[in-house]
Write a protein that binds this ligand. Structure first.
Ligand code: 5GP
Length: 205
């Protein structure tokens, strides 16, 4: 039987650039993760392809999948459902492939509860001073709105404590390098390496 693959979860606050970082990571020549395509009830955006970017389904179909226990996690985000099909993840991990999820924070916490062995990576925006100055500089919001946004950002950033790794997204290529470093060291963890050593000894182990 193949050694079960690793489940890697990339998550973080809204607007931090998860999708951009994930796409850049998958464009790296030596990356061999299987991307779990999510289901969503939101309408496809221009250029999005069903079965490639998402599985676009109706609200009724989505709720049936939930009822039948066919999603690993799901969340409602801006009035639409988003969720991870369970069967694909299980079958792909069982076949020995590493599976990569890019999901928002509430869904990530459900995966944490159900799959504690997964690797949780939190993508963080550059610091709050930069964010605040950017909002002030834009000149479109008054100070009350700016302070509200900063408060929300602080709350979202505090979610970081539920993750294994924090990756700063100051530049996409830096974030990609940091994620690759994490994965490389995860592969060297004793509990991942040791079973191979022992099984190579056969009956003597
Ligand atoms: P968008 O509509 O911009 O494609 O995605 C909105 C948000 O939903 C993003 O933060 C994205 O990471 C998240 N998302 C995409 N797929 C899933 C999923 O399967 N589960 C959860 N919980 N969030 C998802």
């Amino acid at each position: 039987m193949a050694k079960r693959g690793m489940l890697i979860v990339l998550s973080g606050p809204s607007g931090v650039g998860k999708g951009t970082v994930r796409k850049a990571l998958f464009n790296q020549p030596n990356v061999d993760f299987k991307y779990s395509i999510s289901m969503t009830t939101r309408k496809p955006r221009e250029g999005e392809v069903n079965g490639k970017d998402y599985f676009f389904v109706s609200k009724e179909q989505f709720e049936n999948h939930i009822k039948n226990g066919e999603v690993l996690e799901y969340a409602k985000y801006v009035d639409n459902y988003y969720g991870t099909p369970l069967k694909y993840v299980n079958e792909t991990l069982d076949a020995g492939h590493d599976v990569f999820l890019e999901i928002e924070v509430n869904g990530a916490m459900q995966v944490r509860a159900n799959c504690p062995e997964a690797i949780f990576v939190f993508l963080t925006p550059p610091d709050l001073v930069v964010l605040k100055n950017r909002l002030i500089g834009r000149g479109t919001d008054d100070m009350e709105v700016i302070n509200k946004r900063i408060k929300k950002a602080v709350l979202e950033i505090k979610m970081m404590r539920n993750y294994d790794y924090a990756v700063l997204n100051d530049k996409v290529e830096n974030a990609v390098n940091r994620i690759q470093t994490i994965i490389s060291s995860e592969r060297l963890k004793v509990n991942r390496v040791m079973p191979d050593y022992l099984s190579s000894l056969g009956d003597e182990a």
